[in-house]
Design a protein. Structure first.
Length: 145
């Protein structure tokens, strides 16, 4: 009986430690999400592309596959020029496996067209994130519709 109680205590303690580790990872990834939203909404595409790995790949809807930071920056610059000025992402699923995280988000965007019309867009996005040596996360692969 004493061994059983000891085993149960070990399981409870190790499980709570795991839950805390998962919460810590989610919090660190939420920092990335907040920086991403802020950079898009400010139109700071230089800051935005710093949130992607050097070898990131982005697959936006109705576009070619973008495979370097310069192409990714240009894409966001063009979106800004056509009036996309409000963008938000909300995580609906997050799985962390070592130094890789798999994130599913819902996104919303607003375009203020030159003629004064406001157009709302939304969809879903998949991100593969990579933990950096300093413990932060960056986007390695991004695809959305």
């Amino acid at each position: 009986m004493k061994k059983l109680i000891t085993m149960l205590l070990i399981i409870i303690v190790s499980t709570s430690g795991l839950a805390n580790a998962v919460a810590d990872e989610a919090a660190a990834i939420n920092v990335l999400n907040s920086k991403w939203d802020a950079a898009v909404n400010k139109g700071d595409t230089t800051q935005l592309v710093s949130l992607y790995t050097d070898n990131a790949v982005m697959m936006p809807p109705s576009s070619e596959i973008l495979s370097d930071r310069g192409a990714i920056k240009n894409y966001w610059d063009v979106l800004r020029e056509v009036g996309i000025d409000v963008y938000a992402i909300n995580t609906v699923d997050l799985r962390v496996d070592g130094n890789t995280a798999y994130q599913t988000v819902l996104w919303e965007a607003t375009r203020n067209a030159a003629d004064g019309n406001v157009i709302q867009f939304n969809g879903n996005m998949s991100n593969v994130l990579e933990r950096q040596k300093d413990g932060t996360w960056k986007i390695k692969l991004q695809s959305w519709n």
